[in-house]
Write a protein that binds this ligand. Structure first.
Ligand code: DCS
Length: 473
């Protein structure tokens, strides 16, 4: 009897090429240590509620009523739920035929897609067509759907920032495409240079790769930089000149911790540029309920908006979306609530605004505490987290540590992060999981641990780092 169908040797070879460090060796080791009773701070994943962030009240009130519509018939419902939550729940239940237990359209509920389009119009000041907005199970699934649309084989190249969020490298490997890196410049706060982009494209083309798409992550993960309007114009012009489509991953658009570079969407800048580019450049933008001050990662809600994508291609994307029948319906309600929150004058507005503002202000303070904490160590250099929810310090490691790591068969930053985890319980992701320049080492942590614990965590890091540097001096 030969190999069985699901023997390791028989399965899809592309799966074996996939690496996804966010849930990789460090995460698995941290989970083991936790089972052994060690207190672990899982600051490896941008998972706000897992680190103590409270869900916003209003969305949970509405979803509770949508999940349990019988509560709406209870004479005391008005004692437990504010009137605007009751109204919104009834609105969604009337819009979603059969309630949350029924499949929706494969593109998502039309009413919610309309709410997303209205949000985009308010944000950017340009029309947005609900027919070109698809709701997805988190932005991850949307990214995978679009990369699946683009990648025809290994000859197809996707320009990806390095360091990058490994959803991209993993999906490109899984679908058998080619990742074409463009390096962000740490010394210019993770800025990108269009000349480097041109060189990356030229190098790929010389290797017979057809570069088809450029990915930007704005604000950046793991790097946290926010792109300026000028940066975005440069990138859009570059894509137009090189006949590339642009994927704008904007899941952190609510997570902005500085005033110099507020979030501006790729869609807005593209429309501001006017024809021909605004009519021709193909753009797909992604968003989610997982990030921002919502942090509702577990709900699995997201969307993508298609700009200048031909109807026949849209039809194919719809057809493939139909295979999965329906995006997560409760998450669609969360998406509707996120893009259409309580307004000034609504009963719940004050509470919603207070909660949201409180979370964002705390994240801004934590970004500062963490950046300063890292920079207080002489061998650590850390750019400020302008946006998103991560800190990505460069750890300058002594040769002896690098040598010891090599003998242990590990990347130096994996070795360092494992030692950090064992010593302090702080679970991070090594920079090698995101890509980095040769011989330069980083780690990624989130800025999510509770604010009151942050100084203690940074002191614990500093103590470990000083001892490590002494040990391997
Ligand atoms: C840039 C980026 N895009 C898309 C996603 C996917 O989000 P959802 O599928 O939840 O909508 C993430 C998640 N960030 C991961 C999850 O937590 N830490 C990370 O680096 C992300 O960082």
């Amino acid at each position: 009897m030969g190999l069985k169908p699901l023997d390791y040797e028989s399965i899809n070879e592309n799966m074996k090429k996939v690496e996804y460090a966010v849930r990789g060796e460090l995460y698995l080791r941290a989970s083991e240590l936790q089972k052994e009773g060690k207190k672990i701070i899982f600051t490896n994943v941008g998972n706000p509620h897992a680190l103590g962030q409270k869900p916003l009240t209003f969305p949970r009130q509405v979803i509770a009523l949508c999940q349990a519509p019988f509560l709406l018939d209870d004479p005391n419902v008005g004692q437990l739920f504010p009137p605007d939550a009751i109204v919104r729940a009834k609105h969604y239940l009337s819009m979603i035929g059969g309630g949350l237990g029924a499949y929706s359209d494969s593109r998502g509920n039309p009413g919610v897609r309309k709410e997303v389009a209205e949000f985009i119009e308010r944000r950017d000041g340009y029309p947005s067509d609900p027919e070109l907005i698809y709701l997805t199970d988190g932005a991850s699934k949307g990214v995978m759907q679009i990369l699946n649309t683009i990648i025809r084989g290994e000859g197809d190249g996707i320009l990806v920032p390095v360091p990058q969020y490994p959803l991209y490298s993993a999906t490109i490997a899984l679908f058998g495409g080619s990742l074409v890196p463009y390096y962000l410049d740490e010394s210019s706060n993770w800025g990108l240079d269009v000349n480097d982009l041109r060189q990356s494209v030229a190098r790929a083309r010389s290797q017979g790769i057809t570069v088809r798409v450029m990915v930007i992550i704005n604000p950046g993960n793991p790097t946290g930089q926010c792109l300026s309007e000028a940066n975005l114009r440069e990138i859009l012009n570059f894509c137009f000149q090189e006949n590339l489509a642009l994927l704008g991953d904007e899941v952190y658009q609510q997570n902005i911790y500085q005033d110099e570079r507020p979030f501006i969407s790729s869609k807005k800048v593209l429309m501001d540029m006017g024809p021909p580019i605004s009519k021709e450049l193909q753009l797909i933008s992604f968003h989610t309920v997982s990030k921002g001050y919502w942090g509702e990662c577990g709900q699995r809600g997201g969307y993508f908006e298609m700009t200048n994508i031909p109807p026949q291609t849209v039809d194919e994307i719809y057809k493939i979306a139909s295979i999965s029948l329906s995006p997560n319906v409760p998450a669609q309600v969360f998406m509707g609530l996120m893009v259409n929150p309580p307004k000034p004058g609504d009963v719940s507005y004050e509470q919603y605004h207070r909660e949201s503002k409180g979370i964002l202000e705390s994240l801004r303070r934590r970004a500062r505490i963490m950046t300063d904490g890292f920079n207080s160590c002489k061998n650590v250099v850390c750019n400020f987290t302008e946006g998103a929810m991560y800190s990505f310090p460069q750890i300058q490691l002594p040769p002896k540590a690098i040598e010891t790591a090599k003998r242990a068969g590990k990347e130096a930053d994996v070795f360092y992060c494992l030692k950090l985890l064992e010593a302090t319980g702080i679970s991070t992701v090594p920079g090698s999981g995101f890509g980095q320049k040769e011989g330069v080492f980083h780690l990624r942590t989130t800025i999510l641990p509770p604010e009151e614990e942050m100084p203690g965590i940074m002191a614990s890091f500093r103590k470990f780092n000083d001892e490590f540097m002494e040990q391997y001096a």
